[in-house]
Design a protein around this ligand. Structure first.
Ligand code: FEO
Length: 403
C-alpha cells in the first residue's frame, strides 16, 4: 500500500495483509488485517510510530524511503512490543542505527528479547513529551491494553492519537479512513471482545486519560484510521467495558445448557423455575444458539451459573466446552457454580463440567445433578429443588423453597 498523509506531516507507512485469516492462532480475521505504522515528520526530527510484522519489513522500508533515508529517522516509538508491531524493528534499526527506541520500561524488557542485541533505548515516563520541532510526542502509559508494556502516543499539535492495538480492528482496506472503507463495525467489536474485553478495567483507566485530550484523529495499529467521529469509538469501548446494570437488589442465576434430545433442556427449565420461585432472577441460554462473547458481561455480573450438558462419548459436548474455555479471563471467584445433565449411560459430562467450574474458582454449592434419559415428573421436581438450593446458595430472597 502506498503511503498516505493522514494529517499534515504525518504519514501512514504501514502495510495491508488482506489474506490473513487467523491472527495469533485464535482470532478469526475474515477481512485480513493491517499493520499500521506512522511516520511523524516534525520541523527538526522524524519519528516512526510502530513497525510491522517481520514478513512485511521490505514493504515498510520501501514506504519509508519515499520520504527519507531510513537513517534520518531519529526516534522509533514502540507503544507495544508484540511482534506484529516490532517484527521489522531489528532490520529497521540496522538501517537507522542511531535511532532511539522509545518505549515503557516493560516494553524495553520485551524488546531486548526480540532484538537480541544492544540498541539505543530510552524509557519514556507517563506524560513525558519529546519534541520533534513543531510537533511533540506525548506518551500516555496504559498498561494491559492488552500487554503490560502498553502506552499510547499523542501528537497535540495535530490532535492525533496513536494507541496501538487499542481501538483497532482486523480489517484490511486500502482506502484506510473510516469514512471511506466498507463497514467494519463487526470487526471493531470482535477485536474488542477478544483483545480488550479481558482487560476492561484497564480500558476504562486508559479512557480516563484520554478524556481531557482534544482528539480529532485516531491512528490505531490495525484497521482503519478513525478520523470521522473518533470519540464514538472511544465511547463504544467505554460502554462495553462498564459493568452491566443489575436489577436492583436481586440476585441473578444464569442457566446454560446444550441438549441432544431436549432432556437436558427440560432439566434447565425446571432448575430455572425452582430458582425463580426462590426469588432470584434467572436467564436461560441454549448454547446451540448463543454467541458466547455476547454473554460474557452477563456471566461476570451474575451471582451464580448452572451449566447443563448432554454426555457424548464420555465427555461434555463441544458447545459447553466452548463456553467454559472463554471464561478464564473473567472474575468468577466465589460465584456459585453447578452442573447438570441428562445421559444414557456413563454420564461423565456433568462431573467434567463441575471440575472445570471448580478450576475457574466457582463455589460448587450442590453436587452435579444427573438424570437418565427422559426426566420423569419426579426428576423434574428434583431439578426445581436443585434450582431452589442454588438460589439459596447465592442468597436469593426466599432461598431454599422447593416447588
Ligand atoms: Fe497487534 Fe498486541 O498486537
Amino acid at each position: 500500500m502506498a503511503p498516505v498523509e493522514i494529517c499534515p506531516g504525518i504519514y501512514s507507512v504501514g502495510v495491508q495483509d488482506p489474506d490473513l485469516r487467523i491472527f495469533d492462532v485464535i482470532m478469526h480475521a475474515e477481512h485480513g488485517t493491517s499493520y499500521n505504522s506512522y511516520l511523524v515528520c516534525g520541523s527538526a526530527k522524524a519519528a516512526l510510530i510502530e513497525t510491522v510484522k517481520a514478513p512485511f519489513t521490505d514493504k515498510l522500508i520501501a514506504n519509508l524511503r519515499k520520504f527519507m533515508d531510513c537513517s534520518m529517522v531519529q526516534y522509533i516509538v514502540v507503544n507495544h512490543a508484540e511482534p506484529d508491531h516490532s517484527g521489522a524493528l531489528p532490520r529497521v534499526l540496522e538501517l537507522a542505527p542511531n535511532a532511539t527506541v522509545l518505549a515503557t520500561k516493560m516494553g524495553h524488557h520485551f524488546l531486548s528479547n526480540i532484538i537480541n542485541r544492544p540498541y539505543k533505548a530510552q524509557v519514556v515516563s507517563d506524560g513525558e513529551r519529546i519534541s520533534l520541532g513543531d510537533k511533540e510526542l506525548v506518551f500516555l502509559h496504559a498498561p494491559f491494553i492488552h500487554w503490560p508494556d502498553t502506552m499510547m502516543t499523542y501528537v497535540p499539535q495535530d490532535k492525533a492519537l496513536f494507541p496501538c492495538d487499542f481501538l483497532g480492528s482486523h480489517f484490511a482496506d486500502e482506502r484506510l479512513f473510516n469514512d471511506q472503507v466498507d463497514d467494519f463495525s463487526y470487526s471493531f467489536r470482535y477485536y474488542y471482545d477478544h483483545i480488550m474485553r479481558p482487560f476492561k478495567e484497564y480500558v476504562l483507566k486508559a479512557i480516563e486519560k484520554l478524556r481531557p485530550l482534544e482528539i480529532e484523529l485516531i491512528g490505531p495499529s490495525h484497521g482503519p484510521v478513525l478520523r470521522r467521529d473518533p470519540w464514538s469509538y472511544i465511547n463504544a469501548y467505554e460502554a462495553w467495558s462498564k459493568e452491566p446494570a443489575k436489577e436492583a437488589g436481586r440476585k441473578h442465576l444464569l442457566v446454560f445448557y446444550a441438549s441432544s434430545y431436549g432432556n437436558t433442556a427440560r432439566m434447565a427449565q425446571a432448575i430455572a423455575k425452582g430458582a425463580e420461585q426462590a426469588g432470584v432472577v434467572v436467564s436461560v441460554f441454549d448454547l446451540l444458539a448463543t454467541e458466547i462473547p455476547s454473554v460474557l458481561n452477563l456471566i461476570e455480573g451474575c451471582d451464580g451459573m448452572a451449566v447443563g450438558t448432554a454426555t457424548i462419548n464420555g465427555d461434555a459436548v463441544k458447545p459447553v466446552w466452548d463456553l467454559l474455555s472463554n471464561l478464564a479471563t473473567l472474575k468468577l471467584k466465589g460465584k456459585v457454580g453447578a452442573a447438570f445433565g441428562s445421559y444414557g449411560w456413563g454420564g461423565e459430562g456433568p462431573a467434567l463440567v463441575e471440575e472445570r467450574l471448580k478450576g475457574l474458582k466457582f463455589r460448587l454449592a450442590e453436587p452435579a445433578l444427573k438424570v437418565t434419559l427422559v426426566p420423569t415428573e419426579d426428576d423434574l421436581a428434583k431439578c426445581q429443588e436443585f434450582g431452589g438450593k442454588l438460589a439459596a446458595a447465592i442468597g436469593g430472597a426466599e432461598a431454599g423453597r422447593s416447588a
